[in-house]
Design a protein. Structure first.
Length: 141
């Protein structure tokens, strides 16, 4: 059963194109055990590192994703097809760029709760930076 969970988690991280929470991964595996999912993620991270893979499983704000290691990005990024940014994400980026530095809480207030996901993706794509400031973040381009 754990091998099946392991394969499902690896496949989900590969195809999602975004980070996934442990809870989302547990739903995919139809497992209520967060501890089992966390252990599988740790084992996968270790395995990818030990075999010197070109991919890595990373953790960001309590969620997990799969990406190409930074050291290989320059050599292969020309192979990545260009993707369009959703209008909502583009509006979020424009708001941050226009009003920077801006508190994340203000962006969420103006753009709605989905802004958290957009902000996370924009940070992952290195289009914006977020620095902790109390209970919020200060966002800049």
């Amino acid at each position: 059963m754990t091998d099946n969970f392991r394969a499902l988690i690896e496949a989900a991280l590969f195809v999602s194109g975004r980070t996934l929470s442990i809870e989302e991964l547990a739903k995919i595996c139809k497992s209520g055990s967060i501890g089992v999912i966390r252990k599988i993620l740790e084992d996968l991270q270790k395995e990818y590192h030990e075999r010197n893979s070109g991919l890595e499983i990373y953790e960001s704000n309590g969620e997990y994703g799969m990406r190409v290691k930074k050291e290989f990005e320059g050599d292969i990024m020309h192979l990545v097809p260009e993707t369009d940014m959703s209008p909502a994400m583009l509006k979020t980026l424009a708001l941050i760029a226009y009003e920077q530095p801006i508190k994340q809480s203000k962006v969420v207030k103006e753009r709605g709760n989905r802004a958290y996901r957009y902000i996370r993706k924009l940070i992952e794509q290195e289009l914006i930076e977020g620095k902790k400031s109390g209970r919020t973040r200060i966002l800049t381009t």
